[in-house]
Design a protein around this ligand. Structure first.
Ligand SMILES: [Zn+2]
Length: 266
C-alpha cells in the first residue's frame, strides 16, 4: 500500500543530529514523510530535541517526542556507566576511534527506540522506519551494527505479521555502510542547514568542539567540503544546480578536532 503520492511511507527516528536529519531530508525524496519521532531518554544533550522540533516545523512534519522518563527509564539508567545519562561520568574528549568512547554507549538504546517506533509506524500504516546509523558507529555501538539492524527489522516483521504495512526489511538506513563524511556530503547536496542540527554530547549553549561527536562532525564536514569543491570546481558552470551549504554552527573550540584526529592516526 502506498500513499496518495504513490510513494511508500517512512517514519524517521530523528535525534536532531546531523545523521538522522540528513536521513530525513534524503528520505523525503523517496518516501512520504508525515511524522518523525524523537526520544527523550534522559540524555544530557536534550538540546538536540529542540533542533529536531525546529527541523520538523521547517519541513511541515508532525513531530512526536516520546518521553521515556515517565516510564522510569531515565531514572533507572542514571546509574549506568554511560556518560550520556549518568551525569557523574564525564563526557570523553577526542576521537571516536578511542576506547574511552565506550562511555557514550547507552544500554540497549536502539532496541528501545526501534520497538516504540515500530508500534507508531504500524499505527501510521508506514512501510519503513528511517534511522541514521553509519559505519563509523559500528566500532563503538553494537546496536548500530548491520546484524542488529537486520535482526530488529525481522523481529518487528514477525511480531506484527498481519498488522500494519511494515515491510520485512522495514528499517531504512541509507548510511549504514557509509562514513560520516559521506553523510556530510549528502547533507550539502540535500540542502541540510548544518546549523539546524545538534551533535554535541555536552549539551551546552553551543557545540563544544572537543567531545567525540563534535570531533567526528567537524572532521566529516571538512572532508565533505573539500570533496564537494573538488567535484564542483566552478559553480558557474552551465547546468550547475546545487548550492554550497557552509557550516554556520558555532563551536567553542573549532580547531581541537585537528589535533584529536592526528592523535588517533599516529
Ligand atoms: Zn561537543
Amino acid at each position: 500500500m502506498t500513499t496518495k503520492t504513490g510513494k511508500p511511507k517512512l517514519l524517521p527516528i530523528l535525534s536532531g543530529g546531523l545523521d538522522s536529519t540528513t536521513m530525513l531530508y534524503m528520505g523525503r525524496k523517496y518516501f512520504t514523510v508525515e511524522r518523525a519521532v524523537s526520544f527523550n531518554y534522559g540524555q544530557r544533550h536534550k538540546r538536540e530535541l529542540v533542533y529536531a522540533a525546529r527541523t520538523c516545523e521547517k519541513l511541515g512534519i508532525q513531530h512526536t517526542i516520546i518521553g521515556l522518563w515517565s516510564s522510569g527509564l531515565e531514572e533507572s539508567l542514571s546509574s549506568s556507566e554511560s556518560s550520556l545519562v549518568n551525569l557523574d561520568v564525564p563526557i570523553p574528549e577526542g576521537h571516536y576511534g578511542e576506547e574511552s568512547m565506550r562511555a557514550t554507549v547507552v544500554p540497549n538504546r536502539n532496541m528501545i527506540m526501534f520497538a516504540i517506533a515500530g508500534a507508531i509506524a504500524i499505527a501510521d500504516g508506514a512501510q519503513f522506519i528511517g534511522a541514521g546509523q553509519h559505519s563509523g558507529d559500528h566500532f563503538i555501538y553494537p546496536d548500530c551494527r548491520p546484524p542488529f539492524i537486520e535482526a530488529i527489522a525481522e523481529a518487528l516483521y514477525l511480531g506484527n505479521e498481519g498488522f500494519g504495512n511494515l515491510w520485512r526489511e522495514s528499517i531504512w538506513t541509507p548510511f549504514l555502510y557509509l562514513t560520516k563524511a559521506d553523510i556530510a556530503y549528502e547533507a550539502i547536496t540535500s540542502g541540510v542547514p548544518f546549523e539546524d542540527t545538534w551533535s554535541c554530547y555536552r549539551g551546552g549553549e553551543i557545540h563544544c568542539g572537543r567531545c567525540g561527536t563534535c570531533v567526528e562532525r567537524l572532521e566529516a564536514i571538512d572532508e565533505a567540503t573539500t570533496k564537494w569543491w573538488s567535484n564542483h570546481p566552478n559553480p558557474m558552470t552551465p547546468g550547475f544546480a546545487g548550492g554550497f551549504q557552509d557550516d554556520d554552527t558555532e563551536y567553542a573550540d573549532p580547531d581541537y578536532w585537528r589535533e584529536a584526529i592526528k592523535r588517533e592516526t599516529v
